[in-house]
Write a new protein. Sequence first.
Lengths: 359, 182
Amino acid sequence: MSRRPVEALDLPDEASALEELHRRGWTDGLPVVLPTPDRVDAMVAGSDGLDPDIVIGTLGPLGGEATVAKLAINAVMAGCLPEHFPVVLAAVEAIAEPQFNLGPMQETTHCVTPLIVVNGPVRDDIELACGIGSLGPGHRANASIGRALRLIMINVGGGAVGVGDMATFGTPAKFGLCIGEAEEESPFEPLHVARGLDAGDSAVTVVPVEAPHSVVFVADADDVAGSAERLIAMLGTALGNVTSNSIYFGQGSVALLVNPEHAGVLANAGYDRRAAVAAIWEAATQPLSALRRFNPRMAPTGDFPDSMLCRAVTSVDQIVLAVCGGAGFYSMALPTWAAPHDLCLAVTKSIRTPAACPI
Amino acid sequence: MSISVLVPTAEPGVAITPYANRIEPHAFAGVVGFAANSLPGSSDFLAALSSHILERIPGASAWFQNKGETPQRSSDPLSEVELALMADACDAIVLAYGHCGSCTSATVRDAVALARLGCPVIVMVIPHFAAEAAQVARAVGMPDVPLLVLPGPMTSRSAVERVAVAEAVVDDVLARLAGTAG
């Protein structure tokens, strides 16, 4: 365990301990696994030898120091197994990067929250769901890892509701959003490879986004090219809808979770990942007249023509596309908060798994 | 049987810097900056406040800045260049207003950055974001930076109502500049 003193509470029994954790605001409102010293030691061991006093990052808005020990305590509370812990550590590394902009992202009244996309062999090792219903209930690794990141944001980052998390409504997505990319079902190169890592690496890509919005689309097998064009238009329209922040600000990363059938529609028409994302980026627009009509106090000011196109994101690289989910007509669009300039960007980090460690 | 559970929370890594304003309004003959953060009505509110303050501090003059005409910049911290210009131009700065989660954070951070450049500051926030402002001030190491909690939301008020609020809070502003507020 940590060489730094880690404060402990001694309580009469498990029921009173759980109530005390709730009372102090250290949970997400659901029961947690009690972080006893033995359980936390076992979680730290899952980090494959990291010193518990190592500071993985500083988490805003509070600026709390995210030591391995503190992260392990929260991972235990979330229900993680020790083999989940390397994924949690990588996700924390990602959100601690300045370009992710965690502090203001937690503080905003918008409902932005981290989406964790996992790639590589670790998905199989920990049985992380990539397919049917993988953002919903029933998948232990997905649920626990996503929840751990939220508890860490609350307890280490200071994101308690009403103090550090000022979201007007919050969102159920804040309980946790973690999904694996269905690399084996995808016609595209894996997301982490597109972002510069090797195919054999395990990695997380963390994207600050809204809860997923469904995009319904039925392809026409007799019109391959037309189907792809219409799907691209649908996905772009979902990202650039006039009710979300993205079209007004154009900043930050957004995500698309495209089901394997929809990905196949794009691939069959000749699109690779890069070309598909570029085409979606072209489609994720609104004329300035629409912004002026619906939300004039949010629309860009200046002597611009009504026909000027406003973009949901200013560059292609701000769209993170992952192929995942089960069969059906639905993909998911996740616009973002997008307020600060050149921030709230997706971050990819390698996962340091036991098998990946040479020592 | 008793059970021991480990505490999941962490403390900020930034050390605390003490802070206090000590401006004597009657003896003050400098420039008071009024820094709006681009939220609707913030520049009008500060303009109204400035006229009341100049009445109370005859030797002072006013300096104005707005981050932007639309709220797009309200969540962006001021750049180092902007901060240096402001600190150079002003002998005290009033910033307004913390009215959403991210803009409250940015405005408090701007204020602390200006204070670290030696410029006396006050930050105004609406009640809904006062607790957040206090946490941000602690997080960046200056929990004593003066916060003035405005009486309710401002962006939904009319121009006339904002002027009335400015008149209502001018004594509180002067007290925080003098360091005499409770």
